[in-house]
Design a protein around this ligand. Structure first.
Ligand SMILES: [Zn+2]
Length: 167
């Protein structure tokens, strides 16, 4: 039985799910994103539970379809269930996922308090993804999507997205 509290992903399914990427951030697998709560094989049927990330992001339907496609290619029929509780937070992004985000040019989320300070423009806490400088400034609360804020580096002058903290 699937329990909602604890994350459980069948080892056989991890490698398949690792090939499904967040549609908005093509370098971040849904495993590294932390949206897969459970994935089990029951009577030849794969059951996957995913959590919504940002409620404003229409990506979840796409992710569900992509999971079904990946499972089919691996020889499994699958059922996708969207669960709302517990709610996803940016804490669920794995260390590997954070690294991938940075390499992709999106600064990974800070701790909640630091996030607030950074988004209010009170403190320089967001590291430039291009040159690593902390001398950055907030340009807009909203970047390329609602889940990101736009920053600009004062040293190399490159603009970059910051993935906002969500709890
Ligand atoms: Zn820079």
């Amino acid at each position: 039985m699937i329990t909602e509290e604890k994350q459980h992903i069948d080892q056989k399914l991890v490698s398949i799910l690792n090939q499904v990427f967040d549609p908005e951030i093509p370098v971040l697998s849904i495993i590294d994103m932390g949206v897969v709560r459970n994935a089990v094989i029951e009577n030849d049927m794969v059951k996957v539970q995913i959590t919504t990330t940002y409620s404003g992001c229409p990506a979840m339907d796409v992710i569900g379809d992509d999971i079904k496609k990946a499972m089919k290619e691996a020889g499994y029929e699958s059922e996708i269930e969207l669960i709302l509780s517990p709610a996803w937070t940016t804490d669920w992004i794995t260390p590997k996922g954070r690294k991938a985000l940075e390499n992709y040019g999106i600064a990974a989320p800070l701790e909640a308090d630091a996030d607030k300070e950074a988004l209010l423009g009170n403190k320089k806490l967001v590291k430039c993804t291009n040159c690593g400088s902390m001398n950055t400034k907030l340009v807009s609360q909203f970047g390329s999507t609602a889940c990101k804020a736009l920053f600009k580096c004062n040293d190399c002058l490159e603009p970059f997205d910051y993935f906002k903290c969500l709890k």
